[in-house]
Design a protein around this ligand. Structure first.
Ligand code: UT7
Length: 337
């Protein structure tokens, strides 16, 4: 269901931050690992390189670095945070929540912390959850993070998937602002959807309670990502375009009003298919997947921070964020920056 901003107060994004690991893995280096080529990866996806976290770097480490930058930009202290939501499919551990590890690392002693699992849509789901907490007055200052160490769950012998993914984290501070006239970065509308009938087309089948990991199925790499790429592609284009239209409609806007689209960064062809159908030209679409690949829940969060810090978006701009991922899950959000 679309949700316009019918709340009596306005939720705003006070600041953003992101962090990607130092190590770069290029397409040329992947050519030495699997039967692939820079030409195939570039022409089919647009990806040129991705970041890979160090062995001793966990998802919560990436998340904490991104969080510190978002807090610094918004002038919010760790003690002021009363909610931390981490969206991830590559948590540090099954439990405790990665958000609790972040809490410890940044010493946000007053925060309530939990993770959500919505794959590549996770950051937009987290944004909407935080918005509800803040708008009801239950919390005042939320830290939301999309963070992934996908390199730890990719089958490095499967060329269908290993060339696509990367590691990184992006964060935002979501705050209540009662005086809408003085507010920028307002969340205007959000739509969220799921389709559990398609759980099989993008999945890590092993390692959970349905299929605990054993030496036998570990050797079959059941605890790594499996994807029916072409199927996912078809769903992604239709679902993201529909969500984008619904979120714009809920905000009382149309595609011509959008100053910048910040889409999930999975595949340049998917992004072009959606924005072409919406009639939005490429100069109004933010793309950084060439540098980072698909970082799942982190992708939109990193892109939003890069757009913010680089000046690609400015005060008053209408942003359209649109995501799609495993579940299936998809979502779109309209923000007046
Ligand atoms: O983040 C969550 C959402 N995820 C997505 O949105 C991803 C959606 N899917 C996609 O982006 C695309 O489907 C892929 C990039 C994954 C694949 O592109 P495609 O154009 O759909 O290729 P395909 O899977 O249909 O494979 C075409 C060919 C196959 O060979 P044959 O059967 O035609 O001989 C594959 O075996 O390309 C082959 N192939 C590769 N060749 C070189 C698959 N991976 C590779 C590779 N290098 N890495």
């Amino acid at each position: 269901m679309p949700e316009a901003n019918h709340f009596s107060c306005i939720t705003s994004i006070a600041g953003t931050g992101s962090y990607v690991p130092e190590k770069i893995l290029t397409n040329q280096e992947l050519e030495k690992l699997v039967d692939t080529s820079d030409e195939w990866i570039t022409s089919r996806t647009g990806i040129k390189e991705r970041r890979i976290a160090a062995d001793d770097e966990a998802t919560s480490d990436l998340a904490s670095r991104a969080a510190e930058k978002a807090m610094e930009q918004s002038g919010v202290t760790a003690e002021e945070l009363d909610l931390i939501i981490v969206a991830t499919v590559s948590p540090d551990m099954f439990f405790p929540a990665t958000a609790c590890f972040v809490q410890r690392k940044i010493q946000a002693v007053n925060a309530v912390c939990f993770d959500i699992s919505a794959a590549c849509s996770g950051f937009l789901y987290a944004l909407q959850i935080a918005r509800h907490f803040v708008n009801t007055g239950s919390r005042t200052t939320a830290l939301i993070i999309g963070a992934e160490k996908l390199s730890s769950m990719v089958n490095w012998e499967d060329r269908n998937t290993c060339v696509l993914f990367g590691d990184g984290a992006g964060a935002a501070i979501v705050r209540r602002d009662d005086d809408a006239r003085n507010t920028s970065r307002r969340i205007l509308s959000t739509v969220m959807y799921s389709d559990g009938n398609q759980t099989d087309i993008l999945v890590v089948p092993g390692g959970g309670s349905a299929c605990p990991i054993t030496p036998e199925n570990a050797s079959e790499k059941l605890n790594t990502v499996r994807m029916e790429g072409r199927e996912v592609y078809k769903y992604a284009v239709n679902a993201m375009r529909d969500a984008a239209e619904k979120a714009l409609e809920a905000a009382g806007l149309g595609p011509d009003d959008v100053d910048m689209v910040i889409p999930h960064q999975a595949n340049r062809r998917i992004i072009e298919a959606i924005t072409d159908r919406l009639g939005i030209p490429s100069e109004r679409v933010f793309v950084n997947l060439d540098k980072y690949g698909n970082t799942s829940a982190a992708a939109i969060a990193i892109a939003l921070d890069e757009a913010n810090r680089s000046g690609a978006i400015k005060k008053g701009d209408i942003l359209l964020l649109v995501a799609f991922g495993a579940g299936l899950t998809w979502a779109a959000t309209v923000i007046e920056w």
